[in-house]
Design a protein around this ligand. Structure first.
Ligand SMILES: Cc1cc2nc3c(=O)[nH]c(=O)nc-3n(C[C@H](O)[C@H](O)[C@H](O)COP(=O)(O)O)c2cc1C
Length: 231
């Protein structure tokens, strides 16, 4: 699937009001990012603003530095920015009574150096882990799929191998106490187990859910139950 949505929403203040009315008894993750019009040097302020308005409602917060649809966002895959954003957001969590888990969600298209720098910053920090990965903007992959001239990121089956490769790398370098959430190309029971085998603690899916429907989750959970009762 190719999507070029960006973050179409009414903004943190409106969403905060909506969340205040929500009675929830389930786990809620909130994914935060800057406005399209914000310049790179001011993006950290947008993340902090979203965190401060929304963190009290979340079980986990995702710092999204990896959407290909917000200009310059992926340039935030650098040590200096990651250390800065982690410092600001963990400071805000330390000062608050609300303690959501905090993750950074990364792109599958970066160079090894960027991954090493980010992992090392996360290892030294108080944030809880990484989400691996967002959609791919890789030119070669897009041309194979005949969408080379279109904006947006590829998701689903087409990014499974790419996303799994980064997951394996992250697993080999990330501190064992940190949590790895894997996402990218889960569309059946086997691709879910592949993520666990590569070291994921938790698994998310998006495109698989669109094509297969909510029944896919039932199938995965059922298989999971059968596996654990057999072992
Ligand atoms: C329509 C669509 C919208 C998305 N919006 C976001 C978003 O707002 N924030 C984000 O971090 N990832 C977003 N993603 C990326 C997914 O969360 C996921 O990381 C990616 O699609 C790979 O997983 P999948 O193969 O299971 O779809 C979006 C994906 C799709 C298809």
């Amino acid at each position: 699937m190719l999507n070029s949505l960006g973050f179409p929403n009414q903004g943190a203040q409106v969403i905060r009001k909506r969340l205040m009315r929500l009675q929830k008894d389930y786990c809620l993750g909130i994914n935060i990012g800057p406005n399209k019009s914000t310049t790179p040097e001011n993006m950290h302020k947008d993340y902090l603003n979203c965190y401060e308005k929304l963190s009290e409602f979340a079980d986990f917060i995702t710092i999204n530095i990896s959407s290909p649809n917000t200009p310059d966002l992926r340039k935030l895959h650098n040590e200096e920015f990651v250390i800065k954003i982690i410092d600001e957001i963990t400071k805000s969590r330390d000062e608050s009574k609300f303690k959501p888990k905090i993750f950074i969600k990364i792109s599958p298209d970066e160079s090894e150096k960027e991954y090493i720098d980010i992992i090392s910053a996360v290892n030294k920090s108080k944030i809880d882990g990484l989400i691996v990965s967002n959609t791919s903007n890789n030119k070669k992959l897009k041309s194979i799929l005949n969408v080379a001239n279109k904006d947006g990121g590829i998701s689903g089956k087409a990014i499974k191998e790419k996303s799994n490769k980064i997951l394996k790398f992250v697993k080999s370098k990330l501190d064992k106490k940190k949590i790895i959430v894997a996402v990218g190309g889960v569309f059946d029971v086997d691709s879910y187990y592949e993520k666990l085998d590569l070291g994921a603690d938790l698994v998310q899916m998006y495109t698989g859910f669109i094509y297969e429907g909510p029944n896919l989750i039932k199938r995965i959970v059922k298989n999971d139950n059968q596996k654990s009762s057999n072992s």
